[in-house]
Design a protein around this ligand. Structure first.
Ligand code: SF4
Length: 286
């Protein structure tokens, strides 16, 4: 996705990495409403890791070094990095006729205060995309990475999905991201729901997903509409300790997804979905 994300090292610390070592109690002592919100703000350089009094030093130390390093290098996680990428995309979007591209994006055209904008759904919430900004309606939290992701979707254009679901390993030029998908998304989701498959339907619903029936031998399959023409499917297999099987989760994508969306954007969407699922599971427990 955009220039700044492609600068990220493969081993960058993600909100999920940090979230995994928080107590996940959402106690609020750090000043944030949830452990995930805290983790996200730390990773984007807007909060100090020391604000959570419950983090185990031994676990945070390796992350701290990597975090300091990525922030110091300005690897796209600082506010200035976001700004640079957003400025670039705002210039790019000016080249497009929003009215013409709206139908293919699954977006509606609106005129607000004399300005033509696009209205589309992102994770089930309405967002407005204009030349100057991306905002949620009614007003809500949408972070700069999400704005960059949505701009990339609009600028990339959309091709009709093929209807064929494939793993990331079957997508072209995806080798460098397979490991990230596994460690940032598939493994945390497998671990989080191991032995708790019965919680999945409610969690899936909370995130706006739909459980689907397939003829694949799998415990739970769900589809998530990220953007009007971008759907992600996740399959879960529960652990079977007696048989020596660990729980597994696998992300699937339309085989044509990379014809318009770049692989960084796709990975970003998977990370966002993972964050939301883990957060919803955690909220069920609290
Ligand atoms: S990160 Fe720590 S302080 Fe913040 S809500 Fe979670 S447990 Fe509480």
């Amino acid at each position: 996705m955009g220039s700044s994300r492609s600068e990220n090292p493969k081993n960058r610390v993600t909100p999920v990495d940090l979230y995994q070592i928080t107590p996940k109690t959402n106690c609020g002592e750090c000043g944030f409403a949830s452990c995930l919100a805290f983790a996200t703000q730390v990773v984007v350089g807007q909060a100090e890791i020391g604000l959570c009094p419950y983090l185990d030093d031994e676990k945070t130390e390796p992350l701290k070094t990597r975090l300091t390093d990525q922030l110091a290098k300005g690897i796209g996680v600082k506010r200035e990095g976001f700004q640079k990428a957003l400025d670039f995309l705002r210039e790019e979007i000016k080249k497009w006729d929003l009215k013409k591209i709206a139908p293919s994006l699954g977006a509606e055209v609106r005129v607000i205060d004399g300005v033509t904008v696009l209205e589309l759904e992102y994770f089930g919430k309405k967002v407005i995309v204009s030349e100057s900004d991306v905002s949620q309606v009614p007003e809500g939290d949408i972070d700069p990475w999400e704005k960059i992701f949505i701009y990339n979707y609009v600028i990339g254009g959309v091709v009709e999905p093929s209807g064929e679901w494939v793993g990331m390993e079957s997508l072209p030029n995806s080798v460098s991201k397979i490991k990230s998908l596994r460690s940032h998304c598939e493994e945390p989701l497998a671990k989080a729901f191991a032995g708790k498959m019965n919680a999945l339907p409610e969690v899936i619903k909370k995130v706006g997903g739909v459980v689907v029936e397939t003829d694949v031998q799998v415990d739970v399959v769900a589809d998530f509409q990220i953007l009007p023409k971008l759907k992600i499917r996740i399959q879960w297999w529960d652990e079977e300790p007696d048989e020596g099987f660990e729980a597994k989760a696998k992300f699937l994508f339309d085989s044509r997804v990379l014809e318009t969306l770049d692989i960084e954007s796709l990975l970003f969407a998977c990370e966002q979905l993972t964050d939301r699922l883990l957060d919803a599971l955690n909220n069920l427990r609290v």
